[in-house]
Ligand binder design. Structure first.
Ligand SMILES: [Zn+2]
Length: 224
């Protein structure tokens, strides 16, 4: 059975990296709802117009509109063997709508949470420095430049994004936890939830995720 893989993880947990690796190794697309919303809003269709109106009014797109955007994107041929969702579901109603999409498509939902201790997330995010000239990124804790505040490649100064201060980051992480906790509970209850420790090197995290995805395949093959 093809899978809808829902990757969950706070900012700094390495979700983007893992989604990319997984998409490459499985040959399935990453369906990112932010990108899709932007693309759909540009279409000259009833749904496109609806989204433009909502955004023009400064309102948030409703759960059912989000689900329609996801559903329309994922009935395309490239999603037949499954896909990775990024940015959806974010709420319980969206999770229930995803169940309907999965049932319609005959896909199985597999949720993988990349769990990283908050201390480490803070260091990963607050320690980030970027070159003002070539955009190379460093981290003062994990990947420091040879000279403090100076890019190794071109000697230009490094800067820290203004939203990368500890207070702002802690706030974003707390908000994330508050938002996702109900979803994680919901998926744990349905037995869809798998947890991967994200404080290992990215290659190891990828291996663990691949194991989880393929273990589910063996089980459904044995059942069916
Ligand atoms: Zn540079």
């Amino acid at each position: 059975m093809a899978k809808i893989i829902v990757l969950m993880g706070a900012q700094g947990a390495g979700k983007g990296t893992q989604a990319k690796r997984l998409a490459e190794s499985l040959g399935i697309p990453i369906v990112a709802t932010g990108d899709m919303l932007r693309a759909t809003a540009e279409e000259d269709t009833p749904l496109g117009r609806q989204i433009r109106d909502i955004q023009a009014a400064g309102r948030l797109v409703s759960d059912s509109v989000m689900a329609e955007v996801v559903s329309r994107r994922t009935i395309r041929d490239d999603c037949i063997d499954g896909y990775i969702l990024d940015g959806f579901p974010r709420t319980l109603p969206q999770a229930r709508l995803l169940e309907e999409i999965a049932a319609d498509q005959g896909h199985q939902i597999c949720v993988i949470e990349i769990s990283v201790p908050r201390e480490l997330l803070l260091k990963r995010l607050a320690g980030r420095r970027t070159c003002s000239s070539c955009s190379t990124t460093y981290n003062i804790y994990f990947k420091p430049s040879k000279r403090e505040g100076i890019c190794d490649l071109d000697g230009k100064p490094l800067f820290k994004r203004s939203d990368d201060n500890e207070e702002a980051i802690a706030k974003r992480l707390a908000l994330y936890e508050e938002m996702t906790l109900p979803l994680l509970d919901y998926y744990a209850e349905l037995d869809y939830l798998h947890r991967v420790e994200g404080d290992a090197p990215p290659e190891e995290v990828s291996e663990r995720i691949a194991e989880i995805v393929s273990a589910g395949e063996q089980r459904s093959a044995a059942e069916g």
